[in-house]
Design a binder for this molecule. Structure first.
Ligand code: PEP
Ligand code: MN
Length: 301
């Protein structure tokens, strides 16, 4: 890869060691433990969020996700509950020892979102919103930088460079699929970037199979594949009642499906020489054949 001069701080040889990003609750991205971020696409109510937080924590997730400010394609779609949702996220996460990752859409909201969240998510539509990148670069808290809808790896790394240049070194990259000619899945997951980025940057990389696939049934096998490819974490949409979700219901796992997936991911992590967080997890044995069945995507039908 021909690296431009400006691509200095994120490149692999800019640091002796790989970056490990740690949230206040102890969740780590980039170490031996794989971070599991799970929760609804959008925060809809306190009840919806607490049910989800409880279920994902008991299944072993260590970070609660949920949108308070939603980047919806249509201005008529549900836009999120704003600061009320931020309060609900903080409350539900604290009940179960979870960290909070949530998207910030507007540079003017960065300080406010930072009061409640442990990690600021920059969504795919904002990957090249340079004023937003500079604003989160001024913060001293972890940032989850999703790959742009049609961003090259180099554009993505240069977006991360903006954040590091502001002095914020706690950046995690998130592959969530890119636009392609083929609409058979919502986006085309570029799983090759997981090992590729391992060579190009010291920053950790996680995968979001939910937005990549767009269909819940395809999420478990791709989550397993992401761990096998070396991802340092997963971002998975979970909803207690996906059929009635206000956004992204089709790609959301229900709480039982997520719990079954986590049983399999424990084994996948072991096979790749790493481990899942313990958190509130109640251990249940999963056989090798459970891995096979999830790869064949029978597990959540
Ligand atoms: C999300 O995480 O809910 C989201 C909107 O993701 P993306 O920016 O990847 O579309
Ligand atoms: Mn979503």
């Amino acid at each position: 890869m021909n690296v431009p001069q400006s691509y200095r701080l994120v490149r692999r040889d800019a640091r002796e060691r790989r970056t490990v990003v740690r949230l206040k609750n102890g969740a780590t991205f980039g170490g031996e433990e794989i971070a599991i971020c799970a929760g609804p696409c959008a925060v809809e109510s306190a009840e919806q969020l607490e049910l989800t937080a409880r279920a994902v924590a008991h299944a072993g997730a260590n970070v609660l996700r949920g949108g308070a400010y939603k980047p919806r394609t249509s201005p008529y779609s549900f836009q999120g509950l704003g600061e009320e949702a931020l309060k609900m996220l903080r409350h539900a996460a604290d009940l179960y020892g979870l960290g909070v990752v949530t998207e910030v859409l507007d540079p003017r909201d960065v300080e406010k979102v930072a009061q409640y969240a442990d990690m600021l998510q920059i969504g795919t539509r904002n990957m090249q919103n340079f004023s937003l990148l500079s604003e989160v670069g001024r913060m001293r808290m972890p940032v989850l930088l999703k790959r742009g809808l049609a961003a090259t790896v180099q554009e993505w790394l240069l977006a991360a460079e903006y954040i590091l240049l502001g002095g914020n070194e706690s950046v995690v990259l998130c592959e969530r699929g890119v636009r392609s000619f083929d609409v058979a899945t919502r986006n085309l997951l570029d799983i090759a970037v997981v090992p590729l980025l391992e060579d190009l940057t010291h920053l950790p990389v996680i995968v979001d199979p939910s937005h990549a696939m767009g269909v819940a049934r395809l999420v478990p096998p791709i989550a397993v594949a992401s761990i096998a490819a070396g991802a340092h974490g997963l971002l998975i949409e979970v909803h207690p009642d996906p059929a009635n979700a206000l956004s992204d219901g089709a790609q959301s796992l229900d709480c039982d499906q997520f719990t079954r997936l986590m049983d399999v991911l424990v084994r996948a992590a072991e096979l790749s020489g790493r481990r899942l967080p313990r958190n509130g997890r109640r251990p249940r044995p999963a056989s090798e054949s459970a891995i096979v069945s999830v790869i064949e995507s029978r597990a959540v039908r």
